[in-house]
Design a protein around this ligand. Structure first.
Ligand SMILES: N[C@@H](CCC(=O)N[C@@H](CS)C(=O)NCC(=O)O)C(=O)O
Length: 224
């Protein structure tokens, strides 16, 4: 059975999974679930309801072995199912390095991204105290990542799921007014390095075209 990945046209979590599958050369079919005005994923796709009945969210992965939801859970499955050297390793070697990479991936989703979710609802009030606090939270996170890049090319050493997660999260931060600046030059160079990867471009470029087709803003660094 072909592996199916269910995602949405503006799903940053779905984009994480699609990038990882492309990096690992996984043969898969992408199913974009319905997306309506007001940014809801409606009506819910039957496979999404079957696999993720309570949360009803994408991404969902279905193959002959398993049906899974949650981008981070899917990362773990892809790495086990498509290990190196046949497939590109996306967790580092070594127990400590892997643990640090997993923590970074989780922090990207659960420490950094909640700031961005707050900004979604504050676009008309970007000078309000909660919006300023959310932008400051993003800036602090950028500084922390800048520190990591003093001694390495990617966030966890070799290119990994942590880079994929944070790249996608920061694209959405930029869209919502909390992009990185010249204050973190190593991170800006990292953004270019990650953004130039064919697997990343293959996912991000159509997403930006979708935004543009709807008359929505595309981050300046992705206007190509
Ligand atoms: N922790 C989940 C988050 C998934 C998520 O938030 N998905 C959003 C799209 S990016 C969604 O399906 N939203 C529609 C809804 O909640 O009804 C993951 O990592 O996959």
């Amino acid at each position: 059975m072909t592996t199916h990945i269910y995602s949405g046209p503006l799903s940053m979590f779905g984009a994480k999974v699609e990038i990882a599958a492309r990096e690992k050369n996984v043969p898969f079919e992408l199913v974009m679930v319905p997306f309506v005005e007001g940014d809801a994923y409606e009506p819910k796709h039957p496979e999404v309801l079957r696999v993720n009945p309570v949360k009803q969210q994408v991404p969902v992965l279905v193959d002959d072995e398993v049906s899974l939801f949650d981008s981070t859970q899917i990362f773990e499955y892809l790495e086990d199912r498509y290990p190196a050297p046949t497939s590109l390793a996306l967790w580092p070697q070594g127990i400590a390095e892997r643990a640090r990479a997993r923590q970074l991936e989780q922090k990207s989703d659960e420490v950094f991204f909640p700031n961005v979710i707050k900004l979604f609802g504050l676009q008309e009030a970007m000078q309000s105290p909660p919006a300023i606090a959310a932008c400051a939270g993003c800036a602090r996170f950028y500084e922390e990542m800048e520190g990591l890049l003093a001694t390495r090319e990617y966030l966890a050493g070799p290119y990994s799921f942590a880079d994929i997660a944070f790249y996608m999260a920061h694209v959405f931060a930029d869209r919502k007014g909390a992009g990185m600046t010249g204050a973190t030059p190593r991170l800006v160079a990292w953004r270019d390095r990650v953004g130039d990867r064919p697997a990343v471009r293959a996912v991000v470029d159509p997403m930006m075209r979708f935004l543009a087709s709807q008359g929505r803003g595309v981050p300046a660094f992705l206007q190509r």
